[in-house]
Design a protein around this ligand. Structure first.
Ligand code: CO
Length: 140
């Protein structure tokens, strides 16, 4: 089942991301409770996070913790505490998706894609455009 954003193919939900204070502890909890498998562990200096992709059944959860307090995720934790941080949608053409979403009135945080995890290019959509939840658009 696939959708589209104009000419852009929308593959589906790529992951749901949770902001956590203690990455190792959160990973251990997911492994204990769900037998989750670690798919990827990566530091993204530009976004100021350590991140882990976990496979949970057919789905994927991203756990992120900040490298410093003065980073977007650090400020998020200080303000809102641990919890849901963003939902990520996979598309076949991230550049096309950014342009199409902007033309449809979405408030884009990134006017152009930037480096994400696993060598993918990503762009973020402001929470004000999506019922209070940050969205990440992930290229194929
Ligand atoms: Co993400």
């Amino acid at each position: 089942m696939e959708g589209t954003i104009g000419a852009v193919q929308l593959v589906g939900v790529h992951h749901v991301a949770l902001a956590v204070e203690d990455l190792d502890a959160a990973v251990a909890t997911y492994r204990t409770l769900f037998d989750a498998e670690i798919e990827l562990e990566e530091r993204n200096e530009e976004q100021g996070v350590d991140a882990v992709y976990l496979r949970v059944g057919d789905g994927r959860v991203e756990l992120v913790s900040p490298l410093e307090e003065d980073t977007p995720v650090g400020r998020f934790l200080a303000k809102r505490g641990e919890g849901m941080h963003h939902v990520a949608f996979e598309v076949d053409d991230v550049d096309g998706a950014v342009g199409e979403l902007a033309s449809r009135g979405a408030q884009m945080i990134d006017d152009e894609p930037r480096p994400g995890l696993a060598g993918k290019r990503v762009a973020f959509v402001h929470p004000e455009s999506l019922s209070g939840v940050l969205a990440e658009i992930v290229g194929a």
